[in-house]
Ligand binder design. Structure first.
Ligand code: ADP
Length: 460
């Protein structure tokens, strides 16, 4: 049973259907065969009895003065009453045979006692037959009539029925097996496709997913849809996880660099100068706090959480903070700033804005062959603040501009090799700006520099 349970669905299906059809067919055949047999047998019995009765009536109609000789002369008439294979004999009460009509079967021993009619099924000369013994009155004589009615026709009829049932059964079962094989193949194929796709994903990851062509809206169709949705969700969460890991390592690079700088300052001068120690400790703590918040912001991005309506940032303060950090890490860079309009809070977290500005500043400094000069123009206007960051870097070729915000996009530039370039900075910047309903665009000219234009909604 256990062995059968572990066979393929197709085999189980075929066996079940085949067995069910076989049992039903066999039951119908058995019932029909026995019903037919008893019906035909009783027809044969009636037939034999009727012949015996007809003969008795014939004898009775002969009158009282009839002799055996008269009867023998009328044997042709009596033959007409019988069928070809029936044999009739007349016996004296003492057992002497008087008359015989047809000789298809040998005589049978008379019964020990006979009142009226005695019918029995027995084998006569190797053939099953009905044997009737009946007391008859012929003229003044009491005699015994013996009729042997062989069942040859009945038996050949039964064996014909049996053979037909058997052949039809075999044909039917073969047909049913073929049909159930076809049906199971058709129905199980999508399951096999599903299995193969799962196997492919297991072996080669989401990229090796096999597309399905099964469109029927049945249980298997449901299964395929559920599987594809599940796979899409898994893929999404897997991609987000990977995204978080690479984004985090990209975004933590600068704060870690700054922390490292302050720690080495402390190590070198802090022991003798309590002022340096105090200041470096404070900045280091600030860096650690910022890293914590950057991680939170990235986690929110990865989980695709909605923006907080209460997020506020003092744009000028955030800019000043990032500028200070840049000057510390890149002392050769010059950063300046101008403000137009009334300063207001922006609807973005200070960490997200810090990350955005930091990524733009870092690029401006890193993708620059000259002494970096960065000018930031802030313009508070209506419901938004516009931030324009202009650099004197190498610029971005026109054909690359549409791709700079794509994940992992890096310009292949032989003139400048920048360490640690991952192609992630601007894509994170864009994701953050989108999250807080802002816009970002870039204008650039090779050799002259780039301008990054940001729009961020104000907190109203
Ligand atoms: P990365 O993290 O590698 O700096 P980004 O997504 O920040 O990647 O930038 C993508 C590409 O755009 C960079 O490889 C660089 O070639 C180009 N790029 C970005 N900012 C500037 C800029 N201010 N000046 C020139 N090229 C830039």
């Amino acid at each position: 049973m256990n062995k059968l349970w572990n066979r393929s669905l197709k085999t189980k299906w075929m066996l079940t259907t085949g067995l069910t059809i076989f049992i039903s067919y066999a039951a119908i055949c058995i019932v029909t065969f026995f019903a037919l047999q008893s019906w035909l047998l009783s027809a044969e019995e009636q037939n034999a009895t009727r012949t015996a009765e007809d003969l008795s009536s014939f004898f009775a109609s002969q009158g009282f003065a009839v002799t055996i000789q008269d009867l023998q002369n009328q044997s042709g008439l009596m033959q007409a009453i019988l069928t070809q294979d029936q044999t009739v004999r007349l016996f004296h009460l003492d057992g002497r045979e008087i008359l015989q009509i047809n000789n298809a079967a040998p005589a049978v021993a008379l019964p020990a006692e006979l009142r009226h009619t005695h019918i029995e099924k027995m084998e006569v000369a190797g053939v099953d037959a009905f044997v009737i013994h009946r007391a008859v009155q012929i003229g003044p004589l009491h005699m015994i009539l013996q009729l042997v009615h062989p069942l040859t026709a009945f038996q050949s009829m039964m064996s014909y029925i049996l053979t037909t049932m058997f052949l039809l059964g075999i044909g039917g079962i073969l047909l049913a097996a073929g049909m159930s094989y076809l049906a199971s193949t058709l129905l199980i194929r999508p399951l096999q496709d599903l299995r193969n796709s799962m196997e492919a994903v297991k072996e080669g990851g989401f990229a090796s997913k096999v597309d399905f062509t099964y469109t029927a809206q049945d249980e298997i169709g449901d299964l395929v849809i559920i599987y594809e949705e599940m796979l899409a969700k898994l893929e999404q969460s897997f991609t987000r996880q990977q995204q978080f890991v690479s984004d985090a390592s990209h975004e933590l690079r600068t704060p870690i660099q700054s922390l490292e700088g302050h720690l080495s300052l402390m190590k070198r001068w802090g022991k003798d100068d309590p002022e340096v120690l105090e200041e470096s400790l404070a900045t280091s703590l600030q860096d650690v706090g910022r890293m914590k918040k950057i991680l939170e912001e990235l986690l929110q991005l990865a989980r695709q959480e909605n923006l907080s309506q209460h997020a506020t940032a003092n744009v000028v303060e955030v800019l000043a903070e990032v500028e200070r950090e840049m000057r510390f890490i890149y002392p050769h860079a010059t950063l300046d700033r101008s403000v137009v309009g009334q300063i207001k809070e922006a609807n973005i977290t200070a960490e997200a804005l810090g990350q955005v500005i930091r990524n733009i500043y870092e690029n401006a400094i890193r993708y620059c062959e000259r002494k970096p000069l960065i000018h930031t123009a802030l313009h508070f206007k209506g419901e938004d603040v516009f931030i324009e960051v202009t650099d004197n870097g190498i610029g971005i070729a026109e054909e690359n501009i549409p791709y700079v915000f794509d994940r992992f996009f890096k310009v292949d530039d032989a003139r400048l090799h920048v360490e640690g370039s991952t192609g992630l900075g601007l894509s994170i910047t864009k994701m953050l700006i989108d999250k807080y309903n802002g816009d970002i665009e870039v204008h650039s000219q090779i050799g002259k520099g780039s301008v990054f234009l940001l729009r961020i909604p104000l907190k109203l």
